[in-house]
Design a protein around this ligand. Sequence first.
Ligand code: KG4
Ligand code: ZN
Length: 335
Amino acid sequence: MPLNILAIETSCDETSVAVSSDGHIVSNIIASQKVHEQYGGVVPELASRAHMQNIVPVISKALDQSGLSLDSLNAIAFTQSPGLIGALLVGAGFAKSMALSLQLPLIAVHHMHAHVLANCIGEVTPSFPFLCLTVSGGHTQIVRCDSPLALTVLGETRDDAAGEAYDKSAKLLGLPYPGGPLIDQYASSGNPHRYTFPEPQIDGYDFSFSGVKTAIMYFLRENLQSDSGFVEKNLPDICASIQHRINTILVNKFRKAALATGIRELCMAGGVSANTGLRKLFREMGDSLHANIFIPPFEYCTDNAAMIAITAHYKYLAGEFADLSISPEARAKWD
Ligand code: KG4
Ligand code: ZN
């Protein structure tokens, strides 16, 4: 009998449901919430309401696509933390009611653990131990993964996440939210060495992006004083230079961790790993270390329930189940 798990992800602005069968993803439906674009960021209350509207149709679609029926499921999994509390509550509430009514075990998954294990979906996966650079809109971490359930955070951001650094820089340039993909787009025709921004000097494996953000703010203010069309005239070069700095901060730290641990299975995860410049830099770094490089397909990099399902699969095998009284948590460390 195959082990079939239905997983629900509602931590931010994506309502996603996936079904896995023996650790293979058989469906992964993602409903992105467009309602936030006009506000320049995710509005928590609107996110909860959109999850409420989306959750039933997304579950039905995921089940349909999997070809499985409710009575062939073995467990229900959900993202328990971290995230927007109202958004998490929708997924947690739904998962608990499904587990109760179907008399199935419940599995609680940490969202950041799942981002890392997105690398374990598919045919070609890293061997253990591996290192993962997780770069999303809310988090930036370097994680050592010794087995599917033994993860250690080696370093993380002390202020903004990499995605926030992208989105806030884009906002300073007058670009709409989320600006990360737009910076990537403009950067493709720009010169990354035209302008330089400082690289923070922080010990260990932690990151900081607040200094870069402030430097960009002063840089724009100064140049706009003498030329009000400065941004429009130089957008590709400005974007390429910002992108280059954010990415070199990420890759230089990760390289340091790879050298110190001696690990040569190197992975990336999270929405920012879609960045063209970062993918290129990461591969170059990996090649120079003769390492094996893994970057999940885009649909498993941004928020998705497939990564929750794969993590739940390993938790099921280890007998790690949650009680029905469990509550979601907005912030929770997991290592
Ligand atoms: O992992 P994710 O989908 O959601 C969170 O868990 O936060 O990451 C979203 C972040 C946003 O900040 C978005 O601007 C950024 O990923 N992002 C990018 C690119 N695509 C998405 N940043 C830079 N370049 C991209 N191509
Ligand atoms: Zn995420």
